[in-house]
Design a protein around this ligand. Structure first.
Ligand SMILES: [Zn+2]
Ligand SMILES: [Zn+2]
Length: 132
């Protein structure tokens, strides 16, 4: 089981299941949403995800049609996103995990829109859009 939380600790969750492939998303919306060069996400099964606290502070922002980004409205931490076109899957922001993660990123996605000030220097596959 994995556990995680937001910066202020209001939102706490646990996840019973395996992380999916970790990807670094360089799309402009993720960059804005995180305030960083890329978001580091893993797809997880919504059925294994339980919110332990923070239901009242967790808010969602619909950044494009059907794409909801869940964040703590007290401290601003991004926690996960979900897309109505892919029901049952959450994209966990793995920086919110408190449990150590053994896996490593597998790819860069939306690499074509990466921040001009950030060079992707590792040898991971880079995809123009999502993982094909
Ligand atoms: Zn918070
Ligand atoms: Zn993205």
């Amino acid at each position: 089981m994995l556990t995680g939380s937001c910066l202020c600790g209001s939102v706490k969750y646990e996840y019973r299941g395996e992380l999916g492939p970790i990807v670094c998303c360089h799309c402009s919306r993720c960059r804005k949403a995180q305030g960083t060069a890329f978001a580091t996400n893993s797809p997880i099964n919504e059925s294994g995800f339980s919110l332990l606290s923070g239901k009242e502070t967790l808010r969602e922002y619909e950044s494009s049609a059907g794409k909801f980004r869940a964040f703590c409205s007290n401290c601003g931490s991004p926690v996960f996103s979900r897309f109505t076109g892919k029901p049952g899957i959450l994209r966990l922001r793995i920086g919110s995990l408190d449990t150590p993660v053994a896996a490593r990123p597998s790819a860069h996605i939306y690499a074509s829109s990466h921040a001009e000030w950030f060079d992707i220097l590792d040898g991971l596959p880079q995809y123009e859009a999502g993982v094909p």
